[in-house]
Design a protein around this ligand. Structure first.
Ligand code: ADP
Ligand code: MG
Length: 247
C-alpha cells in the first residue's frame, strides 16, 4: 500500500482534479482508494457521493470502524472513496489533540488500508498540523505547480520551510493548468526542468474538459478519453507508477 497525497498551501491549483483523475488511472489496474480530506468535499462531489461521514468526530482517524463504515464504492471498478464532510474542518484540531504519534498513525493506516494498492489523499489548502501529518504518512506528496513566478516562489518556500530534510525527498511536482501559448509558462517550465530534481515532467494543460468535471461529475478520461487532458493525466500516472519511490 502506497499513499500519494495531493497537497499545496494554495487553493485552485488543480489538486482535486488531479487526485480524481490520477486515482481513476490507478484504478484501471489496481485496487485504489481516494480519501477526501477537504471539508469542501469537491472530490466527493465529482464522484457523485454524498458528503457525509458516520461516527463521532473523535473517532475520526483512529478507529478502524470509522473506515469500515464510511468507505464507498464509486461507479468505477476497483475505485473506492472515503468521503469528506464538514466535520473535517476540525481535522487540524483533531490531529493536534490525538494521542497517536505520526508514527503510530502511519502504522495504523498501513493495517487499515491493507486491501488497497494505492491510497490517494486530496487535501485542503493549508500549512499546519495537517501538513506535518500528511508529509509523514505519505510515500509521495505531489504538489501541482502552475508555471508562474508566484507559484514557484510558494513551492520553494514550502520545500524549505514546511518539510524537514527527510520528507523533502518525497515531495514531487508537475506542471498544472499549463497554457503553452503563454511565453512565461514556457520560460518558467524550462527553468524548473533545469533546477528541480523531483519533477515529474508532465504538463497538465489548462482545458475546458477538466472544467466540465463539475457538471458531468466523472473523471476527464470518462468525459473525453481522447482529449489532450486525458492523455496528460495518463502520462502523469505512468511517471508516478514508474518512479523508484512507488516500487
Ligand atoms: N487543468 C485544468 N484546466 C482547466 N481548469 C481546471 C484544471 N484543473 C482544475 N481546473 C478547474 O479549476 C478549479 C480549481 O481546481 P481544483 O482541482 O479544485 O483545485 P484545488 O483542489 O487545488 O483547489 C476548478 O473549478 C477546476 O474545475
Ligand atoms: Mg481541492
Amino acid at each position: 500500500m502506497k499513499i500519494i497525497a495531493l497537497y499545496s498551501i494554495k487553493g485552485g491549483v488543480g489538486k482535486t482534479a488531479t487526485a480524481v483523475n490520477l486515482a481513476y488511472e490507478a484504478s484501471k489496474e489496481r485496487q485504489t482508494l481516494l480519501w477526501d480530506w477537504d471539508p469542501q468535499a469537491s472530490a466527493t462531489f465529482y464522484l457523485r457521493i454524498k458528503p457525509e461521514i458516520k461516527g463521532k468526530t473523535s473517532n475520526i482517524i483512529t478507529k478502524k470502524s470509522y473506515y469500515q463504515k464510511n468507505i464507498k464504492a464509486t461507479d468505477f471498478p476497483r475505485f473506492d472513496l472515503l468521503p469528506a464532510d464538514f466535520l473535517l474542518r476540525d481535522l487540524d484540531f483533531m490531529l493536534s489533540e490525538m494521542k497517536y504519534s505520526k508514527k503510530d498513525l502511519k502504522k495504523k493506516l498501513t493495517g487499515i488500508f491493507n486491501d488497497y494498492e494505492y491510497v490517494f489523499i486530496d487535501s485542503p489548502p493549508s500549512a499546519s498540523v495537517l501538513s506535518k501529518y500528511l508529509l509523514y504518512i505519505s510515500d509521495i506528496v505531489l504538489i501541482p505547480l502552475i508555471p508562474t513566478v508566484l507559484s514557484l516562489r510558494t513551492y520553494n518556500m514550502l520545500k524549505s520551510e514546511i518539510a524537514d530534510k527527510k520528507s523533502r525527498n518525497k515531495i514531487f511536482t508537475f506542471f498544472s493548468m499549463v497554457d503553452k501559448r503563454k511565453k512565461m509558462h514556457n520560460v518558467i517550465m524550462e527553468d524548473i526542468r533545469k533546477n528541480e530534481d523531483n519533477l515529474l515532467d508532465v504538463a497538465i494543460p489548462y482545458s475546458a474538459v477538466t472544467e466540465k468535471m463539475g457538471v458531468e461529475r466523472v473523471p476527464v478520461q470518462v468525459i473525453e478519453p481522447k482529449s489532450t487532458a486525458s492523455s496528460a493525466y495518463n502520462k502523469l500516472w505512468k511517471a508516478l507508477f514508474e518512479s523508484e519511490i512507488l516500487k
